[in-house]
Design a protein around this ligand. Structure first.
Ligand code: HEC
Length: 169
């Protein structure tokens, strides 16, 4: 038996083991990936929000704020839940500070999307992106419906935000 032949067999065995390892590793990796709690909201977020806030909600420096912590905070109070609904229904305009960084741009309104879609989109942000605990109540289509058809604009939404921003921000 030549040394070369043994080396080829060794390489072949290594390749086989690697392949088996990969085959075994793949399902484990898939099982480890956390399942989305709001897949419909995820689809809407990618279609409507990701262009500005990024596919994972990290935001765009000085253009659109990250959505990775404040929305979960808002979801814990009645005023904050209202803030989430009116932000998507009427947009937001004017300077705000998020995690010590300033943003001063305009978010468009998404009133054209139905109540259930907007609720799911916000729930995706609050629970799948921000990992709000299960003790936080998900937003419902009725929560969004209750905030429709008011005389609000993006500047008013930004004014209301002052009452719900996290302490110390
Ligand atoms: C055209 C870009 C753009 C799109 C698209 C967009 N946003 Fe925004 N969003 C912004 C900007 C800019 C702000 C901050 C506005 C300001 O400076 O007053 C903001 C603010 C927010 C806030 C408030 C954050 C806070 O701390 O109060 C939330 C929540 C939010 N967006 C969620 C969404 C969701 C959900 C969608 C999709 C339905 C979306 N945004 C789509 C640009 C965008």
């Amino acid at each position: 038996m030549s040394v070369g032949g043994a080396a080829v067999r060794l390489l072949g065995a290594t390749a086989l083991l690697t392949t088996l390892g990969l085959l075994r590793a793949a399902p484990v990796a898939a099982a480890d990936a956390p399942a989305l709690q709001f897949p419909d909201g995820a689809a809407s977020f990618q279609a409507n929000c990701a262009v500005c806030h990024g596919p994972a909600g990290a935001g765009l420096p000085s253009l659109a704020p990250p959505l990775l912590s404040y929305p979960a905070h808002y979801a814990t109070s009645a005023a904050g839940r209202r803030q989430l609904a009116i932000t998507v229904l009427y947009g937001m305009f004017g300077e705000i500070t998020v995690e010590d960084k300033r943003y001063d741009f305009k978010m468009p309104d998404f009133a054209r999307l139905d109540d259930a879609t907007l609720a799911a989109t916000l729930n995706f942000v609050v629970f799948d992106l921000d990992h709000a605990p299960a003790s936080v109540k998900a937003l419902s289509a009725a929560d969004v419906a209750a905030e429709r058809a008011q005389a609000l604009d993006g500047a008013a939404v930004r004014e209301h935000r002052k009452s719900v921003v996290p302490a110390g921000s």
